[in-house]
Every structure is written in structure tokens, then in C-alpha cells.
Write a protein that binds this ligand. Structure first.
Ligand code: HEC
Length: 247
């Protein structure tokens, strides 16, 4: 019990201390919490309350960037830099408190102590470029990049040297080009993950509105640069364990 309390406390301190979350709080205070909208600290206002809800950083990022059609939630892509929107997203996620305990999820696998740290690092919610922001595993994270649960363990040996083989450049009609990963490309729809920020956003276009060319200015090494070698090794350990013990 005491260990659980300690874990919760340190998770709270960690969130409170992150400079990105602090900056997000500041931007939130000046941009989003006007009395009419989300209230101070996301607690009141006429728009939905933001505290105590289980948000994913990527979803919040997309919502703040592009707004929600059919509601009075506007997009801030023109007003705020994408780093600032990311900071706000991390802050909003921090309002929802620590993720529910592992044991509470039905079907969650018993995890050995030796790979627990790697798993925590993989899903680190506060870190820029956390793996879980682009990879979904064990029903957590966002499914932007490759499904890692299907790979052979050798693929996790060098996490700094992952080739970008499927990256494209997408150039929408009235916007700057961005590096992307195609999700769907058919006669009437192009769906592409926009990788220009560390919280990728899924965008949908009509084929005539966007020009796609192979290759793009994106590198996986940049995406994971905020992890140390020791941390990447711990993450490797978790991934190898995961694919080797797959039911
Ligand atoms: C900003 C998004 C992003 C982040 C963060 C990210 N990845 Fe990826 N990852 C991708 C994308 C996109 C691909 C697919 C690249 C391609 O196929 O061109 C990928 C591919 C991979 C692959 C290669 C799979 C193969 O085909 O061999 C591995 C392994 C991987 N990622 C592990 C990780 C780990 C571990 C982390 C955290 C340390 C991480 N990724 C963080 C987006 C990301």
C-alpha cells in the first residue's frame, strides 16, 4: 500500500516538475482558461471540464491544433506554435492524473520486475518523443508507427538506427509540406499521419488537395533522441520480452 502511495506521489511530482507541463500550464492559463471556456485549471467554464478525464496527449494535440467541427472549440494552429500546443496537450493530460493501475485492466499480463522500467519508459507520458506517442502496445499508446508486437526480437537491438522506409512528403494545396506516414490512399481519400511534431496528427484529404512524394524530412533517431542509451536498452528489454512471451 505504501509503495502504491509512493508511486502515485512520485508520478505527481514528476508531472509537476516537468518544464514542458509548466509551460503548458502557463499557455493554458492565458489562452484556454478564459472564464467563458475551460475555467482556471480546467475545472469549470461553459466548455467541458478537463480534469479527471483520461486523455491521450496525441488526441488533445489534434483537438487543440484543428478544433472540433460542429462545436465552438476552435483550432489554434494559426495562433500557437506546435511546441506550445504540445505543451498544452501534456498539461491537459497531467490534469487527468496518473494512468489507472496496471492490475485494474482485465487481461493485463503479469510483468517481471526486470522489464517494468523499460515499459514505464516506453509509455512515459511526460517525455517529448515518448515511444507510446507513436506506437501502441498492450492497448496503450497511439498506433501511428509500426505495430511492434509483430516484429522479431532482433529488430529491437539498435533503437537508434531505425530506418525510415515508408516516410513520404505530403504537400497540401495551401500549406507547407510535412513529412508523413500514409494510412490510406484511395480514389477518394488520402489519410496520412503528420509527423512534423512529436505528437503526430492523423489528417484526411481529398486526393486533389494533397500531393504525395516518396521520402521525407523525418528521422526516427530524432524522434527518440530524448532517451539515453541505458534507457533505450531497458526499452529493448521490454520489447523483446513482449514479443517473446506473446500468447
Ligand atoms: C514521432 C513518432 C515516433 C516515436 C516517438 C517513436 N517511433 Fe518508432 N516508428 C515511428 C514510425 C513512423 C515508424 C515507421 C517508419 C517507417 O516504416 O518508415 C517507426 C518504426 C519503428 C520500429 C521499426 C520497425 C521495423 O520495421 O523494423 C521500431 C523497432 C520502433 N519504431 C521502435 C520505437 C521505440 C522503441 C520508440 C521509443 C524509444 C519509438 N519507436 C518512438 C514513429 C515513432
Amino acid at each position: 500500500m505504501r509503495r502504491v502511495a509512493w508511486a502515485l506521489l512520485s508520478a505527481t511530482l514528476l508531472r509537476a516538475e516537468s518544464p514542458q507541463v509548466k509551460r503548458g500550464a502557463e499557455i493554458f492559463r492565458t489562452t484556454c482558461s478564459v472564464a467563458y471556456c475551460h475555467g482556471a485549471n480546467g475545472t469549470a467554464g461553459r466548455a467541458p471540464q478537463l480534469t479527471g478525464r483520461a486523455f491521450k496527449a496525441g488526441d488533445v494535440f489534434a483537438l487543440v491544433m484543428y478544433g472540433r467541427a460542429g462545436t465552438s472549440m476552435p483550432g489554434f494552429a494559426k495562433q500557437l506554435k506546435s511546441e506550445d500546443v504540445e505543451a498544452v496537450a501534456q498539461y491537459v493530460v497531467s490534469l487527468s492524473g496518473p494512468a489507472p493501475a496496471e492490475a485494474a485492466k482485465p487481461g493485463a499480463r503479469e510483468i517481471p520486475a526486470s522489464v517494468r522500467e523499460g515499459k514505464a519508459l516506453f509509455f512515459d507520458a511526460v517525455r517529448m518523443g515518448g515511444c507510446g506517442k507513436c506506437h501502441e502496445l498492450e492497448e496503450r499508446g497511439s498506433a501511428v508507427g509500426t505495430d511492434l508486437s509483430t516484429l522479431a526480437p532482433e529488430r529491437f537491438r539498435n533503437l537508434r538506427a531505425i530506418p525510415a522506409t515508408r516516410i513520404v512528403t505530403a504537400k497540401p494545396a495551401d500549406e507547407e509540406p510535412f513529412p508523413g506516414l500514409i494510412v490510406e490512399q484511395s480514389a477518394d481519400t488520402v489519410r496520412v499521419h503528420d509527423l512534423s511534431s512529436s505528437l503526430p496528427v492523423l489528417r484526411t484529404f481529398q486526393p486533389a488537395q494533397v500531393h504525395i512524394t516518396p521520402g521525407g524530412a523525418w528521422s526516427h533517431a530524432d524522434a527518440v533522441q530524448n532517451y539515453s542509451d541505458a534507457e533505450l536498452e531497458a526499452i529493448s528489454g521490454y520489447l523483446v520480452w513482449l514479443v517473446q512471451t506473446k500468447p
